[in-house]
Every structure is written in structure tokens, then in C-alpha cells.
Design a protein around this ligand. Structure first.
Ligand SMILES: [Zn+2]
Length: 268
């Protein structure tokens, strides 16, 4: 996961909210297709076309030209605070169309049976996080750098398992209750970020960078250059339009390369 910097909400959404007193997400998305498309595109742009939870690429296909507008149905507009609870009743605010509560996620194998394969928003569904702050909030930046959870540290860590060909996430969101750990957990957690296929996809990216590093014998300056590359947006053209995107699983690659940098520093 990486911190998402929110832009201003689409003007059409502001207008819609002024004109419609009841802010109901289903009503809005069902009856205002153009504005709904605009909203989804705005959320994708903020996240660099990555799922805000698992960091896999969404909507733009890798390697070939994509009609982004046609592919918008491949993403889910995630309500960080669930819309079933935050609907203006029982003393809760209505956050259905609160732009800060909306973030872009993958479909998380939504249609699969059982929970084993589901992840991200598809698994979280109407659940609410206790520990994890909204990735689009300043609190999230603090969560990544400041919060200390006992000896496990505050970072989301990645662990390579060459036997299984997976890169697993070790997440310190809830150290006192490992079974229900919010990101992964022994019982999937709320997001199931160690879902088997997802962990394999991560491994492919991890392994590619690792092999390049070893084969080309990257030195310190090269690693620093790569960290910068994986921390910034780059241009991707699709059907003649330029989109600014992040590399898939970019935070994981940065984590890996920063670890390498530390090893080099210690050797010197
Ligand atoms: Zn995802």
C-alpha cells in the first residue's frame, strides 16, 4: 500500500450533491453514468491506476492498448468507511458520496465462491477497519512511518518464499490479535493480501527486479535511481491518451531496494 494524495472531487459530483439532498451511492452510480465514469477515472488517477490495497494494476492492461472507459467496470469504488453503516442513520454520518471516503480497488475475485480467493474490497465488503487508516489520509502516512507496534515495528514488510514462489506480506496492523490481523491474518484478515495468486504476481515482479539487480550488478547509485523510478508516476499511452501510472507493486519494490541499500551501507 502507498499513501494516496487526493485531488479535488469532480465538479459533476459537487453539482450532483448540491442538487440531490439524499446522497445514495447506488442511486448516483445507476442514474449518472457520465459523472460516475468521471468519478472512477479521478480515483484511478490519484492511485496511479493501482488498487489502493493490493497494488496490482487496474483498468489499464499491461502491455497492450486499453480502452480505459470501457474497462472501468473492472474496478470497484471502495467506501473506506462502509456505506451500509455510514448512511446517515443511527447517528452515523452519510459518507456515500464523501470524496475522501472513496478510493479505487481491484475487483478482488469478487465473483469467486467462498472467501479463500477474495481479497481487497471484495472481501472487506461492509467491514470496517479498527487499525488501518484510510490510505488517502495523512494519518496513513504516519501509520507507515511513526506507529510502533511492539517489536514487530511499524512497516508493512514483504517476505520472499522461493519454495512457494510467493512474496508474502507481514503486516503489523494488529499485533495483539494475529488471527484477525487486518491486512493478512491467519484467517485471511479483512483484506487477504496474501491470497495465493496475488502473492505469486508479487513474486514475479520482485524476482524480475532481483534478477536484474544481480545480473547487472547494480551499484548504490543505480539502486537509488531505481527507488526513485518506483516512487514516481510515469507516462503510459493507451488508445492515444496519456495516463500517469505507478509501477505495479511499487511500494514492495521500494521496500526490497531500500533493504539492499542498507546491506551495501553496512558492508562499506
Ligand atoms: Zn486489490
Amino acid at each position: 500500500m502507498r499513501k494516496i494524495d487526493k485531488n479535488r472531487e469532480p465538479i459533476c459530483l459537487t453539482h450532483y450533491k448540491k442538487q440531490n439532498k439524499t446522497h445514495n451511492y447506488a442511486e448516483f452510480s445507476g442514474n449518472n453514468r457520465d459523472c460516475f465514469d468521471e468519478l472512477r477515472l479521478a480515483l484511478l488517477q490519484e492511485s496511479g491506476f493501482l488498487c489502493c490495497y493490493c497494488m496490482q494494476r487496474i483498468v489499464i492492461n499491461e502491455g497492450n492498448e486499453t480502452d480505459v472507459k470501457k474497462n472501468l467496470s473492472q474496478m470497484i469504488v471502495e467506501h473506506f468507511k462502509p456505506k451500509s453503516v455510514y448512511d446517515g442513520t443511527n447517528g452515523k454520518k452519510n459518507l456515500h458520496l464523501d470524496y475522501n471516503n472513496l478510493i479505487a480497488t481491484c475487483n478482488g475475485n469478487q465473483s469467486s465462491k467462498g472467501n479463500e480467493k477474495k481479497h481487497c474490497g471484495a472481501l472487506k465488503d461492509n467491514g470496517e477497519f479498527v487499525y488501518l487508516p484510510n490510505p488517502a489520509s495523512d494519518e496513513f502516512a504516519h501509520f507507515q512511518t511513526k506507529i510502533k507496534y511492539k517489536e514487530r515495528g511499524s512497516e508493512i514488510k514483504y517476505l520472499e518464499n522461493p519454495v512457494d514462489r510467493k512474496v508474502l506480506i507481514v503486516a503489523p496492523t494488529n499485533p495483539d490479535d494475529i488471527e484477525n490481523d487486518e491486512l493478512v491474518g491467519t484467517r485471511l484478515g479483512k483484506l487477504n493480501l496474501n491470497e495465493s495468486n496475488l502473492a505469486k504476481k508479487r513474486y514475479a515482479v520482485w524476482n524480475k527486479v532481483k534478477r536484474q539487480l544481480e545480473q547487472e550488478n547494480w551499484e548504490r547509485s543505480k539502486i537509488e535511481e531505481k527507488i526513485k523510478e518506483y516512487s514516481t508516476l510515469y507516462e503510459k499511452t493507451s488508445m492515444g491518451t496519456i495516463y500517469h501510472v505507478y509501477h505495479e507493486f511499487c511500494a514492495m519494490v521500494v521496500f526490497f531496494l531500500e533493504g539492499k541499500l542498507l546491506t551495501i551501507k553496512n558492508e562499506q
